[in-house]
Structures are given as C-alpha cells and as structure tokens.
Design a protein around this ligand. Structure first.
Ligand code: FE
Ligand code: FE
Ligand code: ZN
Length: 281
C-alpha cells in the first residue's frame, strides 16, 4: 500500500504535527519548516524534533517532505535574493539532520527574463554551494506549471539543473499532478507516455515523492490553481491511476488540495477506499 498524507500546518510544533498526521490516518505528510512567505526561521526546539522522529519511526511512516518557503528564488536577478535562498535552504537542511532520511522539496524558481539556461545554472550554483556530502536529506526539485518565467515546467529544465549538480546523489524530483497537467503533460489520457518521457529525460529513479492535486484549469493552462480531488479537470480516476501506477506505488503521495486537516482526512479516507475497490476489481 502506498504512503498517503497531506500538507499540514507546523504552527503547533513538530510533534503535534505528527499527531495531526496520525489523526487523519496519514503515514506521510508535508510541512514548512518556517513561515512560507517570510524568511525568518523560528528557533527550533530540538527535543520537539526528536519526539517527532520517534513518533514517525514507531508508527512506520514513509518518508515525509519538508517544503521550502515560496519566496525562495535561487535564480533571481538580485544577488541578495539568491543569497537568501541559499541561506534559507542551508538552515532548513540543518534542521532536517535531526530527522534523517526524508526529503526537502523546493520550487526551482523564476528566471525573470534571464532565460532558462541562466536560471538552471543559477539554481545548480546554489545547490553546489549548499549541499554537503554528509547530509542525510535528499533535495527535490518540484515539477512546475510553467507560469511566467518559472523554471521546471519542462522535464528538460529539471534535467538541466540535475546535470550541473556535483552531489547528484543528494538530488531527486517531486511530481505535482496539477502542475504537470497545467504545464501540458497529458496525464489524463496518457499517463504512461508522460512517465516514459520523464524516465527518458530525468530518470524515474529520481522521482521520490508525488503531490496529488486536482487542477482548476485545463491541461496546458500554465496556471497552477489546485482543486480538491475529483473537483477539477483531472478527476478522481486520473489521481487513482497515478497512486496505483506500478512505477509509482512505493512513493509518498501528498495532498496539497484546498482543504483543512479534517478535510484532508476525508480525502485520504476516500482515496484509500477507492484504491481498495480497484484492488478487488
Ligand atoms: Fe510546491
Ligand atoms: Fe506541489
Ligand atoms: Zn501548485
């Protein structure tokens, strides 16, 4: 059975978040390690981190995903903003050393007119400055909707970044179902074809986590507006086909749908029930 979970608020601390995950029947989750729109890290309570580590181990959680703040842009024109991105990532990765074996996902960034090639190089430069050989976290590039000058709307963008990162074994990718559809990859009618594409360009072995979101917009819209499962253009069947795909099944699947935690719990229960039905069908 796949690991299923949702994006949770970390406002009450790490251990409380683990309890929230348990309360909705999740065995993975995603969270921010700091305010998603602000740069300042809160002081981290190491004993709280340790209590979460034990809770996750005792309850046999799959790997979880820490999400970088949205304001991070490692391919900004502004050197100060690029420096801040490196600082935030280094700080977050230091916290994650207390929770070894998990993932750190980030939006590659927006090249703001500098071009895709320059954007990809700047992102790789940051990673080469921040990644450490001894770190126990794998850093994931998220597939993006390709809005504006966003890097990561094409699998080729991710491949270009990965090819320039020295500590390549510390890197992976995270597939977002809303984003790839918005970017124009037809996972509704041709999931196998999209995964073949991903395998050819990036390598399926790089894929470490999946964001399961429906989309408010038609394929190719380059918009990035998430919808609840079954309430968007992808539909329940597409999401189930992703979770139940033989090449993906073993991964953590995380909801980032517009819902609160109890709502995410209901979506998870519905997904588990539908997956059971598929198994016995
Ligand atoms: Fe994201
Ligand atoms: Fe996402
Ligand atoms: Zn999104």
């Amino acid at each position: 059975m796949s690991y299923l979970g949702a994006h949770l608020s970390s406002a009450g601390g790490f251990y409380k978040m683990g309890q929230a995950a348990l309360s909705i029947g999740a065995d993975t989750f995603q969270c921010f390690l700091r305010n998603p729109r602000g740069a300042r890290a809160k002081t981290v309570d190491l004993s709280d981190v340790e209590r979460l580590r034990v809770l996750l181990e005792e309850n046999r959680f799959g790997p979880f995903v820490a999400h970088a703040p949205y304001i991070m842009n490692p391919c900004s024109k502004d050197e100060g903003i690029r420096g801040l991105a490196a600082e935030m990532m280094a700080g977050d990765l230091a916290v994650l050393e207390g929770l070894p074996g998990n993932y750190y996902n980030f939006h590659p960034g927006s090249h703001v007119g500098q071009g895709m090639e320059t954007g990809c190089r700047m992102i790789a430069d940051m990673l080469n400055a921040v990644l450490k050989p001894e770190q126990q976290t794998v850093v994931l590039l998220e597939t993006m909707a390709g809005k504006g000058s966003e890097v990561g709307g094409r699998f080729e963008d991710l491949a270009a970044i990965l090819s320039q990162v020295e500590l390549s074994d510390k890197m992976g990718i995270c597939l977002d179902t809303c984003h790839v559809s918005d970017a124009g990859y037809d996972i509704i009618h041709n999931l196998d074809g999209v995964l073949e594409d991903l395998d050819r360009v990036v390598g399926l072995n790089r894929l470490k986590a999946v964001h399961i979101n429906d989309s408010m917009n038609p394929p190719g819209a380059r918009k990035d507006r998430h919808a609840k499962i079954g309430e968007g253009t992808l539909g329940l069947e597409t999401i189930l086909a992703v979770i139940d795909h033989p090449a993906l099944r073993h991964l953590p699947f995380i909801l980032e749908t517009p819902n609160d935690t109890p709502g995410h719990g209901r979506e998870l229960a519905m997904l588990r029930q539908e997956l059971e039905k598929r198994k016995s069908a």
